[in-house]
Design a protein around this ligand. Structure first.
Ligand SMILES: NC(=O)c1ccc[n+]([C@@H]2O[C@H](COP(=O)([O-])OP(=O)(O)OC[C@H]3O[C@@H](n4cnc5c(N)ncnc54)[C@H](OP(=O)(O)O)[C@@H]3O)[C@@H](O)[C@H]2O)c1
Length: 245
């Protein structure tokens, strides 16, 4: 796959899954506009790793819960490189909340980071893509979009909205912009999970396996450079876990 000369903006790219996606796109030849929220030091380290691959990298801090900061992020990435060919919305809030005690602030955090941020950032980038050579947007959702989990109600409903946004974007942004989603199952242990909780997900998986951040990145690359007729689709990467319920 050759993305030489292309520019990818990756949100939440300082570490974990977003970092793996940014590095995979850089390995494929893309220059990277790397967004981070609070993890400045980790973002700087990831930027150094991207530079070491011989790619250009620009670093951008923004709180994606804030509409104007997400807009400014889009404009800053476009100003840094003059174009964005690939946008990956990977940043996410993942906060457990008991449904009956979920507050307005809990609800707003999930929807602001997981829906509003990708909504408006994609709007800014899509306008530029449509005025230029076109491009592609990948939204990273998760399985909570397809079936409910106990105590992650605001999160799951916000990811379902992100999946709905993916389909609406695919319908509204063609023919110059394709939009797809990746839906990872368990790939990197959330900090609040115990090792035992995490390992239980392996034991109950149909493949007796967990995914990896690198597999999410591979799937992003497939959606970027694979068959260009794929639009409004979501690839689930969960070892078949979805079908065991
Ligand atoms: N890990 C998994 O097993 C798994 C499973 C299913 C789906 N996913 C999805 O895959 C994506 C990446 O997963 P992950 O585990 O790497 O995610 P994560 O560590 O929970 O979060 C990714 C990044 O989101 C950024 N972020 C959160 N709130 C933000 C805000 N208000 N403004 C700006 N940035 C903000 C953080 O950046 P800073 O650190 O810079 O603040 C964080 O590094 C997410 O969309 C997630 O839902 C992951």
């Amino acid at each position: 796959m050759n993305l030489a000369g292309k520019v990818a903006l990756v949100t939440g790219g300082a570490h974990r899954v977003g970092k793996a996606i940014a590095l995979a796109l850089a390995h494929a030849g893309a220059n990277i506009a790397l967004h981070y929220g609070k993890s400045a030091a980790a973002a700087q380290k990831t930027a150094s790793e991207i530079s070491a691959l011989g790619r250009w990298v620009s670093l951008h801090q923004a709180d994606l819960a804030c509409w104007s900061e997400a807009v400014a992020l889009g404009h800053a990435a476009l100003a840094a490189f003059g174009r964005v060919d690939v946008l990956v919305n990977s940043a996410s809030s993942f906060v457990p909340n008991d449904y009956l005690s979920t507050t307005e602030a809990d609800f707003d955090l999930a929807f602001d980071v997981n829906v509003k941020g990708p909504f408006v950032l994609s709007q800014v980038i899509a306008r530029a893509m449509m005025a230029g050579e076109g491009g592609t947007i990948i939204n990273i959702v998760d399985e909570g979009a397809f079936y409910p989990w106990r105590n992650y109600v605001a999160h799951g409903v916000s990811k379902a909205a992100l999946l709905a946004l993916t389909r609406a974007q695919a319908l509204n942004l063609g023919p110059k912009v394709r939009v797809n989603a990746v839906c990872p199952g368990p790939v990197l242990k959330p900090p609040e999970y115990s090792d035992a909780q995490w390992e239980a997900l392996r034991e109950t998986n149909p493949l007796r396996a967990l995914g990896t951040a690198e597999q999410v990145a591979e799937t992003v690359l497939f959606l970027v450079a694979g068959p260009q007729f794929i639009n409004g689709e979501c690839i689930v990467l969960d070892g078949g876990r979805m079908w065991q319920r």
